[in-house]
Ligand binder design. Structure first.
Ligand code: F6R
Length: 620
């Protein structure tokens, strides 16, 4: 994670860097800093805390200059202190560096550099990068390279990154080169914005909006050499490249908070629209199927698929679990849902005709990217179900399906989950119709799907009830979330939402599994949230609920409107509209998102920026 920005041109740079860091704060918010070059000096301002703390620091102590780099940190190595904040100085200040990623061999590099006399001021891995570039710069000059030649700086960076094991997105500036910014990428995203007599650097395109529409996404092992009027792109193996310039979509007003107090609440309430957007243009009423523009596989290839692997992390993995149930039910193709962090190092047997989907909101999650690359390397078609257009996973996949959910800014994923589930439902319809699903069955599915946005709208009305009941439960420190079949992944997702934003211990389980262990946790202060809409196994889940009640466990039930029986059994009921079983996750997830939000508010937690988390997890 971590967010990087940089600028070289003629404008005053510090506000550009600060604005960019505000945009990238979703990537980490442990500390922030900038370095600005001016008159042969590099001024650094950095602080533990948020970008707003850096704003204050700069108000009190401004810096001038038109070359700079900035960073917002999600700590991996070293505590979140002022001194560990980026940028970091190399040598005696000849070089200044910002870094996103992890330099895995930093300990051995640090030892060698210490032996050479370099003094480490921080406990970060990044400081190694700064000193190493400074070291190679000095060495090259000693060996006769021209100290005033940009080539010497380039060489110093190349020699340094050749020694790194791990991942990096780097921004490097030099004390003696007030017009030179070098960026290098291996595993951590970087994009260059192309302006008139100026260039921008950022971890994603959002800070560039308003400055330029022309961007170049760096690939692994590429380095960008930027001055106000020149942009050279070098690849480690092939040397000089010509940059492939792309146009970014301008970010819509979706990133405004509007009247909502938090992005999370705004994004929860956007779901009728975002789910509609995920469906838009993808229903073929005549053929009673779904259509996708970007799968890049012809029907014959798709017809041959005999196994599907869905790989993802966190909430996206939960959406994948719903996808497994959907795809197996409607297509009869066996599906595996793999944690990307496991799949990347596992070697599961996969048939020649296995198709792999990486599911990801950000399109930058390091584990998901690595798992996808591993599958691609083995020759499988790899497709992405992704929200962020132009993200690394979207670009590297052979094809895919965008969510069109708009920017998701709250760290806890909400609207991306329902959009992922919607896309997976459409995929089940599409692949199902190529196999066993009849025309009539396809039509029935489409009829039901078209009603979903309104039903989500209706489900959101439960927010008043959620607000009423939350104070009763907000003090509890342990929760169980229980559901079966399609609502088992929803239970997992509900528990994850609660724990990540309110720091409450919560476990999701298949309701019937509870009696194999977790039931021991039941007591008067441990609420169980039962996801129990009407459906084929409603009586079974009800029996599980009774088992909890028999042990004096409080029960909050998520149930269908009109279910009076549940009101007699549960302590509190949150009603949602009744839908077909295969569509239930799109509805039952809503009250769980709202419940987590409301409890976090009552506990005084920072809902949009929960501790220790970041929106985009670009480290292993
Ligand atoms: C939870 C959450 C995370 C992400 C996970 C994967 O609310 O947001 O669990 O779902 O880090 O992120 P993406 O979907 O961007 O790959």
């Amino acid at each position: 994670m971590c967010g990087i920005v940089g600028y070289v041109g003629n404008r005053q740079v510090s506000q550009i860097l600060l604005d960019g860091l505000h945009q990238l704060e979703y990537r980490g918010y442990d500390s922030a800093g900038i370095a600005v070059a001016n008159d042969g000096e590099i001024a650094i301002r950095k602080t533990a805390g948020r970008v707003t703390d850096l704003d204050k620091l700069l108000e009190a102590n401004p810096v001038n200059g038109s070359l700079g780099i900035g960073h917002t940190r999600w700590a991996t190595h070293g505590e979140t202190t002022d001194v560990n904040s980026h940028p970091h100085i190399g040598g005696n200040g000849e070089v200044v560096v910002v870094h996103n990623g992890v330099i895995e061999n930093y300990q051995s590099l640090r030892t060698s550099l210490t032996e050479l006399g370099y003094v480490f001021r921080t406990t970060t891995d990044t400081e190694v990068a700064a000193h190493l570039v400074a070291h190679h710069l000095e060495e090259r000059i000693k060996l006769g390279d021209d100290a005033d030649d940009v080539e010497t700086c380039i060489r110093a960076v190349q020699l340094s990154i050749a020694k790194f094991k791990g991942t990096y997105g780097l921004g490097v500036i030099f004390q003696n080169f007030p017009n030179l910014l070098i960026a290098a990428r291996c595993g951590s995203p970087l994009v260059i914005g192309i302006g008139q007599g100026e260039f921008f650097l950022a971890s994603d395109a959002s800070p560039l909006v308003g400055y330029t529409e022309k961007v170049v996404y760096l690939q692994d092992h590429e380095m960008a050499i930027l001055t106000p009027h020149t942009f050279d792109l070098l690849h480690r193996d092939t040397g000089q490249q010509s940059p492939s310039i792309q146009t970014i979509d301008q970010v819509s007003s979706d990133s405004d908070l509007g009247d909502y107090p938090h992005y999370m609440l705004k994004e929860i309430f956007e779901q009728p629209t975002t789910v509609q957007n995920a469906m838009r243009g993808r229903l073929d009423l005549d053929e009673a199927t779904a259509v996708f523009g970007g799968l890049n596989l012809d029907p014959q290839q798709l017809r041959r698929v005999d196994r599907i692997v869905l790989t993802a992390c966190g909430t996206s993995w939960h959406a994948g679990l719903v996808g497994e149930y959907l795809l197996e039910e409607f297509t009869r193709i066996p599906v595996e849902v793999e944690y990307a962090s496991e799949l990347r190092y596992r070697n599961p047997p996969q048939t020649d005709t296995t198709m792999v989907f990486a599911i990801t909101q950000s399109g930058e999650t390091a584990d998901t990217l690595a798992a996808m690359r591993e599958c691609k390397r083995k020759g499988h078609p790899t497709l992405a179900i992704c929200n962020v257009v132009g993200s690394t996973i979207a670009r590297e996949a052979d094809g895919g399906i965008y969510l069109h959910a708009g920017p998701e800014i709250g760290v806890a994923s909400t609207k991306a989950f329902t959009s992922q589930v919607m896309v997976l439902t459409l995929l089940a319809l599409y692949l199902g119709r190529m196999r066993h699903l009849s025309y009539q069955a396809g039509q029935r599915m489409i009829d039901k799907l078209q009603q979903i946005p309104q039903q989500i709208e209706k489900a959101l009305e439960c927010y008043d009830v959620v607000k009423d009941i939350s104070p009763k439960y907000a003090h509890c420190n342990n929760y169980l979330y229980l559901g079966r079949l399609y609502n088992f992944p929803v239970a997992l997702e509900g528990a994850l939402k609660l724990k990540e934003i309110s720091y409450i211990h919560a476990e999701g389980y298949p309701a019937a599994e509870m009696k194999h262990g977790p039931i021991a946790l039941i007591e008067e202060e441990t609420p169980s949230v039962f996801v129990i809409p009407r459906g084929s196994i409603y009586p079974k889940v009800m029996s599980n609920l009774e088992e909890v009640k028999a042990r004096k466990g409080p029960v909050i039930a998520i149930a269908c409107e009109g279910d009076e029986k549940i009101a007699e059994m549960a302590d509190d009921v949150i009603y949602v509209p009744e839908v077909d079983e295969f569509l239930q996750p799109l509805i039952t997830a809503i009250p769980l998102q709202l419940l987590a939000y409301q409890i976090a508010l009552l506990r005084g937690c920072n809902v949009d920026r929960p501790r220790n988390l970041a929106k985009s997890v670009t480290v292993e």
